[in-house]
Write a protein that binds this ligand. Structure first.
Ligand SMILES: Nc1nc2c(ncn2[C@@H]2O[C@H](COP(=O)(O)OP(=O)(O)O)[C@@H](O)[C@H]2O)c(=O)[nH]1
Ligand SMILES: [Mg+2]
Length: 393
């Protein structure tokens, strides 16, 4: 299967925005909403995204590249370790780091680790302009009061983390946290965060104005309440991105494109949420949307999304998809599982589940696509790097 390459990094003229967060925070949903098409498959299962995906957004003079990363978690398999590495590596060279949090749940230790990773990168980037745009996501699920409390708690978390890093309490002087040193392997980060990041109260108090300017004031940090699912707050977030960074050429960029300066709120939402492409009419259209992702990998992801929608519990982690034969409109795709019992689950009674998976995936593909699905058992593929690298993870 053709493995998607990564696009060239950080050439002048574009802004690299890296989203990080815990599994299920809504990173992929947010990137899809901004891009206007399904860059990454999403599901209610954690760890759906297995490698970094890139989406370009053209705002006239400014091109923004969004990097959607796998969730930061304690890995249990070789694949899990690689996924966390993907997320950490994507921080390297980011112009804007965007930690995404699920504001509908109390902050967890995992959230603190995410914030610590972001703040360390910010501290290490002094000298070049790097901004932090914190997203409090899923606000459609909570009240206005809870939203304000969540914003305050993320502010406190950022401030406490920044202060710990400035004091070197995390065991590294800020300059030692330079990127590429792999200084924050997940376990190290977990330990550092556990040791130094003060806990966030479940009902946080609104931060008081400090008499001495906090260390956080030296950074370019903003917090946005967002519902990636409904599109709320996405426009404001985009505006802030267009104005972030020091280059004066960034300033007029947004004024030239009306797309993110709509006149009414309803226009706002529809602009941002405009049609995820339901059907690719032709393979050419697909390729033009996928400059950085191979068609093969993308189709395998569409199939995996359909599997995730139809299976429960442990199975999602054990499923991978790989293209076995690529002769569009004929495409053969293997759904790989780890055990025989899982194969039976995917097939369903009389093969009905597999058939539905095929119908679901084909609905996103050009008319006339012949999708030939098979279920293969490959024990321990998640702990076999040659296997999952072959699949593009
Ligand atoms: N209610 C609500 N659900 C959301 C929102 N954003 C994402 N989700 C859901 O949260 C789950 C995980 O989303 P996903 O984007 O895959 O998370 P990721 O692991 O961070 O990439 C999916 O079921 C999404 O539909 C949101 O703003 N509101
Ligand atoms: Mg994701």
């Amino acid at each position: 299967m053709k493995i998607p390459p990564e696009p060239g990094r950080h050439s002048s003229g574009f802004l690299l925005v890296t989203l990080i967060g815990r599994p299920n925070a809504g990173k992929s949903t947010l990137v899809n909403a901004i891009a206007g098409w399904k860059v990454s498959i999403t599901s209610s299962r954690p760890s759906t995204t297995r490698r970094s995906h890139y989406a370009r957004k053209d705002l006239g003079e400014l091109e923004i590249i969004f990097v959607d990363t796998p969730g930061m978690h304690q890995p249990k398999s070789e694949l899990g370790k690689k996924m966390v590495r993907h997320a950490e590596e994507a921080l390297d060279g980011a112009d804007v780091i965007m930690p995404v949090f699920d504001a509908s749940r109390p902050a967890t230790q995992g959230d603190r680790i995410v914030m610590a990773s972001a703040m360390k990168e910010l501290a290490a980037s002094r000298g070049r302009s790097c901004a932090l745009r914190i997203v409090a996501n899923k606000i459609d699920k909570i009240s206005k009061v809870s939203t304000v409390q969540a914003l305050a708690s993320y502010y406190n978390l950022a401030k406490d983390t920044a202060e710990s890093i400035a004091k070197g309490l995390d065991g590294h002087a800020p300059q030692d946290t330079a990127k590429g040193t792999a200084s924050h392997a997940p376990q190290d980060t977990a330990k550092a965060a556990a040791d130094v990041v003060p806990s966030v109260p479940s009902v946080p108090s609104v931060p008081s104005v400090p008499s001495v300017p906090s260390v956080i004031s030296q950074y370019d940090i903003e917090i946005f309440p967002v519902s990636a699912l409904k599109g709320t707050g996405v426009t404001e977030l985009m505006e802030s991105l267009a104005y972030s960074g020091s280059s004066p050429t960034l300033q007029p960029a947004i004024e030239q494109t009306s797309a993110y300066r709509p006149t009414s709120r309803s226009a706002t939402r529809s602009d941002v949420m405009h049609s995820l492409p339901p059907v690719f009419q032709e393979w050419d259209t697909l390729q033009s949307l996928l400059p950085d992702i191979s068609q093969e990998y993308y189709v395998a992801e569409l199939v995996r999304e359909q599997v995730l929608r139809r299976v429960a519990d442990e199975l999602p982690y054990s499923v991978a998809c790989r293209i076995a034969e690529w002769r569009p409109p004929y495409i053969a795709c293997d759904i790989v599982v780890e055990r025989k019992s899982q194969k039976a689950i995917i097939l369903g009674k009389g093969g009905t589940r597999l058939r539905d998976i095929g119908i679901g995936a084909r609905s996103s593909l050009p008319a006339g696509t012949y999708l030939d699905l098979a279920v293969k058992v490959v024990p321990h593929w998640q702990d076999t790097p040659e296997m999952f690298e072959q699949m593009g993870y």
